[in-house]
Design a protein around this ligand. Structure first.
Ligand code: AN7
Length: 363
């Protein structure tokens, strides 16, 4: 890490360089950044025809952050703040993306990082990242919720900083995504749809939009559309889920730590929360890649599946509306899901040539 002017005044600079004056964090030991943020807000007209006809639909492609997920925005803030408080090590429980992000920012800061993960339930791209960045990777038999309970307990006793979204700096960094949406659109959208796991992200977006409105950057705030997977939908059901299950392992969370904040965000934004099946998530996952060339992980596609369902139920009237779906993580995070059942047997070169000819002549 180097916070000297020559180093930190890169053309972009990351979310603290850009929005640090609006963040309640400490940074006197220097800014730990991988130049996260500034992600594309992609228009998605072909996808809109399928899921929200007549709308102006955009994808906030957070998978293009340095470690491949939205977590980097909060992690630059959490690790910068931890460093200023003298931390020598950080820890998180994670379904995968927080782990990869924490590991990368700890490496950047030159401090230690441990990640506690539900064994067998972390997508390989995330695990690969945490290993490559040099974290101490600790799989446990149990769920994410079990892992978090264990980690919280240790952090009360030992001098190690918790960087899960209980950490207030995480929310401060994460809210910058809302600032970017407002800057790009010139106002808030009508709706912003996003997957909900631990509910740190929905909490952060709502804080960001509220602050942007308070400072006059936008004339209004959006309604938030939270989306959970049917097999792990505690907020939709109104009670914790003991054994959450979903193919979207990122949001396989039964007892979100930011539950109360999520409910406040939904209430205050006049938003809605709903659950979608794994089948609907996988259909949306394939649809966004095939119609727009945007590859996201299954949990991220829940935002699109949720929007489609909300339109079907009449919860969202798409005509003439500006809608943003947040794509929280890159598709390459979960290569196994992407490959499942889709690689064909090898063919002869002649057969391949025939297929190509048919493809070329197809109308
Ligand atoms: C791709 O990494 O909880 O509602 O430990 O990885 O803020 O929890 C990940 C969550 C959505 C849900 N999309 O966000 C973790 C973890 C993706 C995610 C969520 C996660 P929150």
């Amino acid at each position: 890490m180097d916070s000297s002017p020559a180093h930190s005044r890169s053309p972009y600079g990351g979310v603290i360089a850009r929005y640090g004056d609006r963040m309640d964090i400490r940074s006197e030991s220097g800014i730990v950044t991988l130049l996260e943020g500034d992600t594309p807000l992609l228009p998605a007209p072909r996808l809109a025809d399928h899921v929200a006809p007549g709308s102006r639909l955009f994808l906030k492609y957070e998978g293009l952050n340095p470690t491949g997920s939205f977590k980097d925005r909060g992690m630059t803030a959490a690790v910068t703040d931890a460093l200023a408080r003298g931390a020598k090590s950080i820890v998180c429980a994670s379904t995968g993306n927080t782990a990869a992000s924490a590991a990368a920012y700890a490496a950047r800061a030159g401090i230690r990082c441990a990640v506690v993960l539900p064994e067998g339930k972390v997508a390989h791209g995330k695990l690969a990242g945490a290993i490559a960045y040099g974290a101490d990777v600790i799989p446990i038999r149990g769920s994410f919720d079990d892992a978090l309970a264990g980690v919280r307990e240790v952090c009360e006793r030992a001098p190690i900083t918790l960087v899960n979204s209980l950490n207030p700096a995480r929310i401060e960094g994460q809210k910058t995504a809302a600032f970017e949406v407002v800057e790009t659109l010139g106002d808030s959208p009508d709706w912003l749809a996003l997957p909900v796991g631990n509910a740190g992200n929905i909490t952060s977006y709502w804080r960001g939009f509220r602050e942007a409105a308070a400072s006059g950057d936008c004339a209004r705030t959006p309604a938030l559309l939270g989306v959970q997977a049917a097999g792990s939908a505690p907020i939709v059901l109104g009670q914790p889920v003991e054994r959450p299950e979903t193919c979207a392992t990122a949001i396989r969370i039964g007892n979100p730590v930011r539950w109360k904040d999520a409910e406040a965000a939904l209430r205050e934004s006049r938003g809605r929360i709903l659950a979608v099946t794994d089948e609907a998530i996988m259909a949306a996952y394939r649809l966004v890649a095939a119609t727009e060339g945007v590859f996201c992980e299954p949990a991220s596609a829940a935002s699109i599946a949720g929007l489609a369902e909300a339109v079907r139920q009449g919860m969202v009237q798409p005509e003439g509306r500006t809608i943003v779906c947040v794509l929280t993580g890159h598709g390459l995070k979960d290569p196994d899901v992407a490959m499942r059942g889709s690689v064909s047997e090898p063919e002869s070169l002649e057969a391949a040539a025939e297929r190509l000819t048919r493809l070329a002549e197809a109308r």
